[in-house]
Write a protein that binds this ligand. Structure first.
Ligand SMILES: [Zn+2]
Length: 96
């Protein structure tokens, strides 16, 4: 039940951000790579699991749900790009 069109993953991938507050376990932020707990953060998911699995973001990188979703759009767009192009000695080559 994906709403995305072929070749436009970054624009139409469904992205959701759920607020998390890890109490006991440390969670690694996908943005700054620092571990956080006992502070607000986000668990960001996309419906396109081929492009990116769930990523946690700390509240310092992404203070709002909208900014967490924006960060994920960049991640998904980069993954989409990496899947469709290959870096060769002659430059970027389209593979899909
Ligand atoms: Zn962070």
């Amino acid at each position: 039940m994906s709403k995305r069109k072929a070749g436009a993953y970054n624009a139409t991938a469904m992205i959701t951000a759920t607020k998390i507050w890890p109490l006991f376990s440390w969670v690694e932020c996908g943005g700054c790579s620092s571990e956080f707990r006992r502070q607000a953060g986000w668990l960001v998911k996309t419906d396109d699991h081929h492009l990116s699995g769930p990523i946690a973001r700390c509240g310092e990188c992404c203070p709002t749900a909208a900014s967490a979703i924006d960060c994920m759009r960049v991640t998904v767009a980069a993954a989409d790009f990496a899947r469709r192009f290959e870096l060769t000695k002659g430059g970027l080559k389209r593979v899909a």
